[in-house]
Design a protein around this ligand. Structure first.
Ligand SMILES: [Zn+2]
Length: 286
């Protein structure tokens, strides 16, 4: 069987652990896929949510601390190769960091997209995992930019009229968006009640929980939830080890309640007879 490469594009260190870590671990360890990570920024604007680590020495060195947290998470998840685009974290909407000229959201779209297009031509991934076009619930400028840069980079990488070093053009067959379905929130919420724990999902979650995307693709990660949890814990400054949102349910309880990570298929290869649902990223590929 031909070696297949999966490329994940993320905004900040820790996004690779909160989105798709189980999928990557599974495809690496179970199917022997080559797995490549691109992280756009250093995450310098992240809040330190772990109170035990909210100290001046940590705050002053957040960029380098997050780089070492990321290195540890990469090892845990099992990425074969990791790139950074080297941009600055743009910060949350309407924060001062938005105006920094090196902020990822301020760099010319074709400039940042060419960097990713170069990686695409080098790595030739059959699957790209990225963020959805609609991100109303968490409109972080860097996450919106990840979507824009991914789509533009895929066009540039495939364009035979564009020269990038001596790299052959490459048309990525499949693109997926990471999504959090309403069904997932409901299932986790119900599990908290079942095991007698307080759910972090309050009425607000359900009041404005709209479904922007149906899950086209559900990947069972029940055997890989412990890897995902360990990768999240590697981001000690960003992810509170006491967080009920991430760790309120045990790995086993999470697997029972909702065993999949969900995706939306945004681009498929020509001729792929897609029924609307699949459970394998490589479905329809040679
Ligand atoms: Zn992020």
């Amino acid at each position: 069987m031909k070696l297949k490469t999966i490329l994940s594009v993320h905004a900040h260190p820790d996004d690779e652990s909160s989105k798709g870590a189980g999928i990557i671990a599974k495809y690496k360890k179970q199917f022997g896929a080559r797995t490549v990570l691109v992280t756009a920024t250093g995450g310098e604007e992240g809040d330190i949510v772990n109170k035990a680590l909210d100290r001046p020495d940590v705050r002053d060195n957040l960029g380098s601390i997050r780089a070492s947290e990321l290195a540890r998470a990469i090892e845990i998840i099992g990425y074969d190769r990791a790139f950074t685009l080297g941009y600055r974290d743009s910060g949350m909407p309407d924060s001062e960091a938005n105006s920094n000229p090196n902020a990822f959201c301020n760099v010319d779209l074709d400039v940042s997209s060419m960097k990713l297009a170069t990686i695409i031509r080098m790595e030739r991934p059959v699957v790209i995992l990225t963020y959805p076009e609609i991100q109303d619930r968490y409109p972080h400028p860097d996450h919106i930019r990840v979507y824009q840069v991914t789509m533009r980079a895929v066009e540039l990488a495939a364009d035979t009229s564009i020269e990038i070093d001596d790299l052959e053009p490459f048309d990525v067959p499949k693109i997926y968006y990471h999504i959090w379905t309403k069904g997932r929130i409901q299932a986790l919420h119900a599990k908290f009640a079942e095991v007698g724990k307080v759910s972090p999902f309050d009425d607000g979650w359900f009041a404005d929980a709209k479904q922007d995307y149906e899950a086209t693709t559900k990947i069972d990660i029940s055997d890989f939830i412990s890897i995902k949890s360990e990768a999240l814990r590697a981001h000690a400054t960003q992810i509170d080890p006491e967080s009920p949102f991430w760790f309120g349910l045990t790995d086993e309880e999470q697997a029972e309640a909702y065993p999949t990570e969900d995706l939306y298929l945004a681009k498929a290869p020509k001729g792929y007879e897609f029924s609307g649902h699949e459970d394998d990223l490589f479905a329809g590929l040679d």
